[in-house]
Write a protein that binds this ligand. Structure first.
Ligand code: UDP
Ligand code: MG
Length: 140
């Protein structure tokens, strides 16, 4: 059975371009409930660990540099079928391939600076949520 929580980050490009509010509006309009949220900036160590699965990819170094380049908003979201529905809402990794009406189509600058993160599985949603939030920071 599909889980009901996912983890997201509004990435540095979207914070810098002033789109935090627009993106949160799209998320809540789509029926996601916010269970935890914080405005923060990742350390290099945190960004490396968060994206460790991409460590061997050619873009890893740039990805880490970008993710620590400015503040982000991290959040845990709840909705039925959360992981899959949120991936649909954000659209393809490369905004030029993302469908109309998706967050990345509207607000992403490029395949690298693509405005938002969304977990790709229930297992990763749990790991990523716990990476950023203590249990006491998540509302029931
Ligand atoms: N990324 C990149 N170049 C690529 C592929 C990915 O810079 O060719 C970055 C981009 O910011 C992406 C992140 O690495 O969101 C993680 O990649 P993944 O394939 O997991 O994409 P996502 O799950 O975010 O759509
Ligand atoms: Mg991914």
């Amino acid at each position: 059975m599909a889980g009901n929580r996912t983890f997201t980050m509004i990435k540095p490009d979207a914070v810098e371009s002033g789109n935090i509010g627009n993106i949160i509006q799209m998320i809540t309009d789509a029926g996601f409930e916010i269970k935890a949220m914080k405005y923060t900036q990742l350390t290099e160590e945190q960004a490396k660990e968060f994206y460790a699965v991409h460590a061997e990819r050619p873009f890893y170094g740039e990805l880490v540099e970008y993710m620590i380049s400015g503040p982000i908003v991290a959040a845990i979201l709840e909705k039925e079928n959360a992981v899959e529905d949120f991936r649909k809402l954000i659209g393809a990794t490369d905004p030029s391939e993302a469908e109309e009406g998706t967050i990345r189509k509207k607000y992403a600058e490029s395949k690298a600076k693509n405005a938002v993160h969304g977990s790709d599985s229930d297992e990763n949603a749990k790991v990523e949520g716990e990476f950023h939030f203590a249990a006491a920071e998540v509302v029931a």
